[in-house]
Design a protein around this ligand. Sequence first.
Ligand code: F6P
Length: 315
Amino acid sequence: MSVYGHEFVGFRDGWRGPLEGETMPLEISSVRGILPRGGTILGSSRTNPIKIEGGVDRIKANLAEYGVDALIAIGGEDTLGVAKQLYDRDVKVVGVPKTIDNDLNATDYTFGFDTAVNIATEAIDRLHTTAESHHRALICEVMGRHAGWIALHAGMAGGANVILIPEKPFDIDKVCEYVESRFKIRYSPIIVVAEGAHPLEGQMALQTGELDSFGHVRLGGIGEMLAQEIEKRTGKEARTTVLGHVQRGGTPSAYDRVLATRFGLHAIDAVNDGDFGKMVALRGTDIVRARLEEATAELKTVPVSRYEEAEVFFG
Ligand code: F6P
């Protein structure tokens, strides 16, 4: 593939590719038809070359060997954090923000987020039906270890009765009040919880792996623990659905396809301009360039004001 006369080569599996010199051709023919595909044709890994002895030098040597003048790194906080450190060590790099978590600073949205929110929203819509048929409290656990963006957006879009996010420790007494008040008006509550959400200190003696009063084995994360606690305190049956990696699969939304395509074009422009150490970013409807340092210095978490908007609809 050639844009501005540049040639493209893909590195496989995140930072493992440049580290081990594993590439794949990125011709027009290899990317044709991938718009409706989720995931990545390049593959991904959690390899962090900064933590590997001599990792940065190996990457530099491999880039030189393949005649690579500039690297475009596509990913979230981990990937772009490494990109920033490589830039500090004279690697010519431009970043593209891609994570379902939407927690990268300096950009309004990352691509992948909209798709994940749509998947979670559809799941919540379906849970409403079953919650009402069975008169159960249903908990939907979504991804988000440090930031509650998916929970906030999918919870609002899906009309959740309570949304719990990592940014704000929740009060289990209050959650149970919402659950009970919902049952009183003959509706079944839906609780959306981000995987990183946690109760106020001292609340909920969490236990897993035991049989509850309804005979279900309680295993796993915060969603299961919450169900156990709600049953114990309210006497109502509570069940949990953990969406997990379903949120990262399937076909991307139209919004994400357009955003990813625009980010890609602007990243190539940045390389062509020799404007390195930057991440392409969405501000309003414009694509701008932000410093990688700004993008990765801290996580973009859900502001209090955004959570308060959602709280208006709780209960
Ligand atoms: O960074 C995206 C993310 O999906 C998080 O929300 C989630 O906690 C994590 O990745 C899961 O990572 P893995 O697939 O490595 O278990």
